[in-house]
Design a protein around this ligand. Structure first.
Ligand code: ZN
Length: 112
């Protein structure tokens, strides 16, 4: 009697340590409830949880554009102001200038 050999398939599963790899850091996550798929938070798309497929996705034009867009937005560095400094009375001109900027200018313009 002939028994056909079963083709061995290597079903890969998502590995959380991939999230810590420099090339995947910040955008790769596990698709909820399915360990055979990964999720790109930048592109909002699912990828098969194979290292080759994830690397291939990372090289796509669409993904690179999303990464550039996300990382291109710089955070505004706010300094920590001591509490006693917050309640220091300021002059009318300083207050008026602050209110003018808050009302008429976007924050992005202030960082340039
Ligand atoms: Zn992506």
């Amino acid at each position: 009697m002939y028994l056909p050999l079963k083709k061995k398939t290597n079903a890969q599963k998502y590995r959380p340590e991939w999230e810590n790899m420099d090339e995947f850091k910040g955008w790769l996550k596990l698709t909820s409830g399915n360990s055979s798929k990964a999720f790109c938070t930048y592109c909002s798309t699912e990828i098969l949880a194979k290292l080759f497929d994830i690397k291939k996705h990372a090289e796509t034009k669409k993904h690179k554009q999303k990464v550039e867009f996300k990382t291109g937005n710089k955070e505004i560095p706010f300094k920590v102001v001591p509490k006693d400094h917050l309640f220091r009375p300021c002059g009318d001109s300083e207050g008026a200038l602050t209110l003018f900027i808050a009302e008429h200018c976007s924050i992005y313009v202030l960082t340039i």
